[in-house]
Design a protein around this ligand. Structure first.
Ligand code: SIN
Length: 529
């Protein structure tokens, strides 16, 4: 294979869509720390939101997205996401992507929470991510796109001008490798694995955000985490997602007493925005009651939801009884690496797309099924940008590898499960100052800094170090935002405070080993610390 021109870290929908766009012009390398099937995209059940229904419109989809995100978005960016997304989804339909259809051959459009129209395209019932990943993979050429599986990127390499020009990786035996290219794209997904209850693959713990932060990239909106209301609850723990599409098909949320818990909470009942449903289930469970999805009204459940049926079967939950026990868990990160509309970060040569990025479209809470849409749109857009702006940068031509840094390797004195427990207890669905300070103190007591020497640490240790970094950024941001908005719910500040916080963002950056937080408003920037 020729010299790599573009490195993509991660192998979900955003990464594959980008590779597909680039492959006619460039040599692309996709590096993933596990297997392609281990990513979050592959697990996605719900689908892709697009305004394709007869009564639907870009305007209606825009309105639902802004409302779910509690108006913390950049409206133009959201509009453009939906316009471009509709066109890209239509192209996928034209090229034969396997979306489910009705008996008359028309596209079957599902309903999910906070949508006012049926607009969710899905595949294989509840296996949309898997089918979409397979469809995108099929269209990649082996000549121009190389896959490196099982290697974890642990450092972004920059040249003397500060331009990102490559990555360092470790394989499962901790052997170090270097890869160089004039453009490096992070598409590593979110942070679900920082929490013990999550719908995400457990390996998804925010690596891309930690890598970018250490390299000096700006991050934002780290307090906005979406907790999905309905993960399967079995044997005292959560064990996989029960798609919102199940509620879209008519499932009810009941407690042990048979009461509908959403009664009087929100007029949309079970299909209220996710943070409202998740908070309600959480509070009900705090009272010592179990919560169930009553699926008895759904016809042909197994046919409509084959992977959920298998999940329940594997955890000894009988679908036939019509009740699935559920509990909320971490699902999606709205914040991430700050990017512009094509995915550029503040570091030349470094880009971010998909969940790892914060491009201003999800605001304080993502609308259901807007994330595969985001991956498709930003993958394509960055592809276009790179094609039109070329890749000729001499900086990536290294005659030798940079030397490994000397010094003591970092020492981690805690187990990841201790960090995860603190994140769930204190930085979870409902937060307050006391809890956030407890977790922040614990994180800061660890003898770690933002400039550890990690070349000689094991991959597992680096992984834990990255979890520590991202947890710190989330906890600090959650403490500073003294209001409740979307996925960020503070019991000590229970209301939205539009006067102080509506369009106010916190931008986090590593400045010479110290965390710097800036408040950005529409027309001004205030320095906090
Ligand atoms: C779901 O199927 O409930 C999740 C879909 C999404 O998060 O967009």
């Amino acid at each position: 294979m020729k010299k790599t021109e573009i490195i993509i870290v991660g192998s979900g929908v955003a990464a594959l869509q980008l590779a597909r766009r680039l492959q006619d012009q460039f040599y692309v390398m996709i590096i993933t720390k596990d297997k392609i099937e281990s990513g979050n995209s592959y697990l996605a059940q719900g689908g892709i939101a697009a305004p394709l229904g007869r009564k639907d419109s870009v305007r209606a989809h825009l309105k639902d997205t802004l409302e779910a995100g509690r108006y913390h978005q950049d409206e133009d960016s959201v509009k453009q996401l939906i316009v471009d997304g509709k066109r890209i989804v239509e192209t996928l339909v034209d090229e034969g992507a396997p979306f489910d259809r009705n008996k008359d051959g028309s596209l079957s459009l599902g309903m999910e929470g906070a949508h006012c129209e049926h607009r969710i395209l899905h595949s294989g019932g509840d296996q949309t991510g898997k089918y979409l990943v397979k469809h995108l993979l099929k269209s990649l050429s082996g000549d121009k796109v190389a896959f490196v599986q099982g290697e974890m990127v642990y450092e972004l390499v920059k040249d003397e001008m500060g331009r990102c020009c490559g990555v360092k990786t470790k394989d499962k035996d901790d052997a170090i490798r270097y890869y160089y290219a004039p453009h490096v794209v992070l598409a590593t997904g979110g942070i679900g694995g920082l929490y013990p209850s999550t719908s995400n693959h457990p390996a998804v713990t925010g690596d891309g955000m930690a890598l970018a932060f250490l390299a000096g990239a700006k991050l934002s909106d780290m307090e906005f985490i979406q907790f999905h209301p309905t993960l399967l609850w079995s044997n005292g723990k959560t064990c996989g997602l029960i798609s919102e599409a199940v509620r879209g098909e008519g499932a009810l949320l009941l407690n042990d007493l048979g009461e509908r818990i959403m009664e009087g909470v929100d007029p949309l009942m079970e299909l209220a925005p996710r943070h409202i449903v998740a908070e309600c289930i959480y509070k009900e469970r705090q009272k010592g009651r179990n919560v169930y999805l009553d699926i008895s009204r759904i016809k042909d459940f197994q046919e409509k939801f084959p992977s959920i049926s298998t999940l329940c079967f594997n955890h000894q939950i009988s679908i036939g009884e019509g009740r699935i026990p559920v509990s909320p868990g971490c699902h999606f990160m709205m914040g991430g690496i700050v990017t512009d509309r094509v995915g550029r970060t503040n570091i030349p040569g470094l880009y971010a797309i998909g969940e790892v990025a914060c491009s201003g479209i999800h605001g304080a809470n993502r609308l259901a099924s807007n994330s595969l849409l985001e991956g498709l749109v930003y993958g394509e857009r960055l592809g276009e940008y790179l094609i039109h702006n070329g890749v000729s940068h001499s900086s990536h031509i290294h005659s030798s590898c940079p030397s490994l840094k000397e010094g003591e390797p970092l020492s981690i004195s805690f187990q990841p499960h201790a960090l995860k427990k603190g994140m769930m207890d204190y930085v979870g669905i409902i937060r307050n100052e006391e809890g956030l300070l407890t977790q922040l103190r614990w994180l800061k007591e660890q003898p770690l800094t933002f400039h550890e020497l990690i070349d000689f640490n094991s991959r597992e240790e680096i992984h834990t170090y990255f979890m520590w970094i991202v947890s710190l950024l989330v906890t600090e941001s959650a403490l500073l935002r003294t209001e409740s908005r979307g996925g960020h719910i503070r019991s000590d500040f229970p209301n939205e405070d539009n006067d102080s916080w509506l369009k106010r963002k916190m931008i986090l950056q590593n400045k010479e080993g110290r965390l710097r937080v800036e408040y950005h408003e529409q027309n001004e920037t205030k320095i906090y610390a």
